[in-house]
Design a protein around this ligand. Structure first.
Ligand code: WT7
Length: 635
């Protein structure tokens, strides 16, 4: 028996050791006992981090939807698979059973086929948090199409970039979306994007807001009539273990977003196994992850991981503040949620509201509280633990990335003793190492360095769509034979890890991963702007917020600064999305640069954080005089 469900600390260590000593045997047992395969693998793992190349379960044949849906029908057909909670609390929630999910996914898959989508085609999904979103991912997977979900808060330009990068043939969208008191014209955004996307031949539109939209003749079709006419059975396409399942974009420090490619078998095995253990999921639990399916958290821990375990997974359309800041807790009470997984930024926003809004509701169903997306600060950790968890629901501070596909460093609840702000121990099969700047591994405990992983795990991304060299360069070139995460971390005296934050030019704002370069590119498009630099600074709710230093052209200097600030933020909103707007914009005479012309962000970061007592080594600065000027005018 493989240890699919770990129940105490000794067992964790025992299983962990086995997973490290005999990784192939370990993962083979998990794969063998807990999934359905059309054909078993010929070989469990082959890998070479220098190329880099990683293959798990090579030769195996399967379809992930048979694992997430079909195999549950006999025992869990009437069990709720997806529990949809709408934005408006007066609208009824929807319980989609496994049998209904089967029918709806199959109908959708048949529609995709009828519209010309074949195995390997890319389909862009730009849909809000309604059941059709989860169903469209699964429908793609059913027929072997590669889904590329774009978070429905991204702008038309960001959407177009992603559609074109992976050459999507089709876009699935909705007429509009609800977010709290607002509604958003999604179809209008898609129309704007598609002016720049000649490859898209078909747009399927689902109805949510019943708002007025324009349907382009020959390109756009309403989804519902097609679904109604489609058969509820669709044979699952038999996929190879290493066939791509999806592409999901994440920001990089430079240039275009990176289309991370995840493949089928390894991703399925790892997300299912982590879901079971990290949330200690038991039959009849009601699990709720508040993320959007537009991010990796939603892919792995709203859709694939939970469904592969036959779980009930809640999908919430709304926001934590609507109709008031008690909404999350109202939903926990209403559906008797047992596992609740959210982001530190939400916890901090809710903690600001005072305890009455929490205490109003009965939260006694909760057994596990999860945190993800950014480091959780001490204060937020205690509030979550004490006020929400009443000191009886362990907090799982789970560290991972879009690139890792699944949770990597985390406590296992009721197994690993938690420690505030620590992600604690590596998950089964994960071999983290800390490296110093010179490329040597820091051995032993009580060390701090750059976090790398030295052995492959089943759900590691296999490449960047269309740019394998960038994949190698970004993740495998900094340290020989290691995957470099981009994060810093420390290991305490007992071997617990604490993630200290990004060490590259990625800034995490409210749990959203933002690269500085695309934001700077957007600002620089403003006709009055000469150049700009973005850094992060501490913010009590967002974790980090964005501070922009902007140098104007001569022609811009006479302009009203507040108007310029508005225009710059509007431009960012249009090019990327409102999440990338700057909190502060300082106009400067110049930017501090090295002799080779590189902007010294380190100094700008210190000024933005009001930490100017020691600016560090400034001897390589070409223009030290601008630093004083920037400090004098700092916001
Ligand atoms: C970056 C990845 C995968 C979850 C959603 C974000 C940061 C994530 C934690 C945590 C400290 C965390 C890291 C990581 N991060 N979880 N528990 N503690 N930092 O996915 O957008 O790919 O961002 O989020 O900096 O590298 P992502």
């Amino acid at each position: 028996m493989s240890n699919y469900h770990i129940k105490h600390l000794e067992e964790y260590y025992q299983v962990y050791r086995k997973s490290i000593r005999e990784p192939e045997n370990f993962w083979e047992e998990v794969a063998e006992e807990h999934f359905v395969w059309r054909k078993k693998w010929d070989h469990v793992l082959s890998w070479d981090f220098t190329k880099p190349e990683v293959k798990w379960f090579e030769g195996a044949k399967l379809n992930i939807t048979e694992n997430c849906i079909d195999r549950h029908l006999a025992t869990r057909g009437d069990k709720t698979a997806i529990l949809f909670e709408p934005n408006n609390p007066d609208e009824p929630s929807e319980h989609i059973t496994y049998s209904e999910l089967y029918k709806r996914v199959n109908q959708f898959a048949n529609v995709l086929k009828a519209q010309g989508i074949q195995k390997g085609d890319r389909v862009c999904i730009y849909v809000p948090m309604i059941p059709e979103l989860a169903i469209s991912l699964l429908a793609c997977a059913r027929i072997g199409a590669i889904h590329s979900v774009v978070f429905a808060g991204f702008s038309s330009t960001a959407l177009a970039t992603r559609i074109n990068d992976s050459d999507c043939k089709m876009v699935i969208t909705a007429d509009g979306s609800y977010r709290g008191a607002k509604s958003i014209d999604l179809k209008g955004i898609v129309d704007e994007a598609l002016d720049q996307c000649p490859g898209v031949k078909r747009v399927l539109v689902t109805k949510r807001t019943n708002s007025e939209v324009t349907m382009k003749e020959g390109r756009d079709l309403w989804l519902q009539p097609l679904l109604d006419a489609a058969s509820t059975d669709c044979k699952a396409e038999i996929m190879d273990a290493e066939d791509p399942l999806f592409i999901l974009y994440t920001s990089g420090s430079t240039g275009l977003p990176k289309g991370m490619v995840h493949t089928t078998a390894g991703y399925m095995v790892y997300t299912a196994y982590t879901f079971k253990n990290v949330f200690q999921y038991r039959e009849n639990d009601v699990y709720w992850c508040t993320a959007d399916i537009g991010w990796i958290t939603g892919h792995s821990y709203i859709v694939y991981g939970p469904l592969a375990n036959g779980a009930t997974t809640v999908m919430f359309e709304g926001v934590p503040s609507y109709p008031d800041f008690g909404r999350f807790w109202e939903i926990v009470e209403k559906h008797k949620v047992t596992q609740f997984y959210t982001a530190p930024t939400a916890i901090r926003a809710l903690a600001k509201q005072g305890v009455e809004l929490v205490e109003k509701y009965n939260l006694s169903s909760l057994k596990v509280l999860g945190s993800v997306g950014e480091p959780i600060n001490e204060e937020a950790w205690h509030w979550y633990n004490d006020v929400v968890g009443k000191n009886k629901s362990p907090i799982v501070d789970s560290w991972w990335q879009t690139e890792t596909g699944g949770i990597m460093i985390t406590p296992i609840p009721y197994v690993t003793p938690t420690k505030p702000t620590y992600a604690t121990l590596p998950f089964i099969g994960i071999q983290p190492v800390l490296m110093d700047e010179h490329g040597s591994e820091l051995k032993g405990n009580q060390v701090e360095g750059r976090l790398c992983i030295k052995f492959p795990w089943p759900s590691i991304a296999r490449t960047i769509w269309g740019n394998h060299e960038r994949y190698r360069e970004t993740y495998f070139s900094a340290y020989e034979n290691k995957y470099f995460t981009g994060d810093g971390a420390l290991r305490d005296e007992v071997g617990y890890y604490r993630i200290t934050g990004r060490v590259d030019d990625v800034i995490i704002v409210s749990g959203h991963n933002l690269g500085t370069a695309p934001i700077e590119d957007a600002i620089n498009e403003h006709p009055a702007v000469a150049e700009s630099a973005i850094v992060g600074f501490p913010h009590d709710i967002k974790g980090s917020a964005l501070y922009g230093y902007v140098t104007l052209k001569d022609t811009g200097e006479s302009r009203d600064q507040n108007n310029l600030r508005k225009e710059i933020n509007q431009l960012i909103s249009d090019k990327i999305g409102p999440i990338a707007k700057l909190d502060k914009i300082q106009f400067t005479q110049g930017l501090p640069k090295t002799r080779s012309g590189k902007i010294m962000r380190r100094i700008l970061r210190k000024i933005a954080s009001k930490d100017t007592s020691n600016l560090g080594d400034t001897s390589t600065l070409l223009n030290p005089e601008v630093v004083q000027d920037i400090m004098d005018n700092a916001l």
